[in-house]
Design a protein around this ligand. Sequence first.
Ligand SMILES: [Zn+2]
Length: 418
Amino acid sequence: MTVRPGTIAAHVDAERLWRRHMELAQHGATANGGVDRQALSAEEIAARRTLVAWGEAIGLSASNDDAGNLFLRLAGTEPDLAPVMIGSHIDSQPTGGKFDGAFGVLAALESVEAIVASGARPRRPIDVVAWMNEEGSRFAPGMMGSAAFTGARKLADVLAVRDAAGVSVSDALAAVLAAEPQLPRRPLGTPVAAFVEAHIEQGPILEAEARTIGVVTGIQGKRTFRVTVTGEENHAGTSPRSARRDALVSAVAMVQALQDAMWDEADVVRFTIGRFEVTPNAPSVVPARVVFSIDLRHPDTAMLRDLGDRIPGLCEAAAGRCTVDVRELLHDPPLEFPAAIRDRIRAAAQDLGITWMDIPSGAGHDARYLHYHGPTGMIFIPCKDGLSHHEAESATRDDIAAGARVLAETAFGLSVAE
Ligand SMILES: [Zn+2]
């Protein structure tokens, strides 16, 4: 059966899709109009129940896996083929918005609903997926579900992580799975014919360029470090300067040296010290210890390597009388999504007369892990003022619908491709 371009997209219902965003946002709604729906919380359990109900109402079969990923499957005419997967995540930051993650899952659900309504039959199954704990806010680091699914992290390691209250992923996940006793459990790591994640841009570029669709070229690389500066605790009134080993003074010198070294004319380097802990943090005590974090990102593999490799030396050179230990926690190289998926997304936008541009992703997404598991791509839509991880995060009904139309066409095309 041949399906003309635009046939599926014509069945995307902008009103229904918007309404679902507002309904899903009720689970964990905050007083300021945002969402607090952290991973594996009671709010997320309720949101999952809502998703399953919406999926089952259009004939999708729901399932989950040992990592707490949730799937809603539209059957294909060849049910044994590897599925096309589309989706994102429904967990949020504690002061998150209505669209980060939720848009990708709801646009995926809308896509399969549009396929069903069009009467077209996919050859491969299409799975709508909500990956477990993308945000990494309650349980760090994020992208846990996609990491466990693709084998990037061992499930046992993921399950052992604890939140600030001491609750393990293992216990919180058990509660989520216990709330879904009727769902069949599917294995981790099964083949995926393709994965496409729709997401708000979380940056200002599409809005500034007045384009509706971002065809995501890839995800920039990221390295994270933990720097521990050790000095000596002493009395603020009695210890002379000459006798002090002040960890804060050394740490501040390191911060300045690092800022200077990471400065680039083109403003491509993303360098952030987001956490800074002083011990004992008492007004009349010379600081004995400072621990700070470094988050470094760059789209170029060699630049990311070279800049990151300079960090320990820069810290050593600025340590003064203190000692410093620099530990690297993560090194994810930049990645480029395959042209075959990007071409399909671009063609879908083109056929629908929706403006588009190529755009890199500055943020990490579940698509990072899926990229190493099967052909993967991403679709961005604008968000107001580029704002995300914020209660005021916002996207327009029209842009949301446009994103879903492009996703629906792309997903169906992939599902019938050889
Ligand atoms: Zn997200």
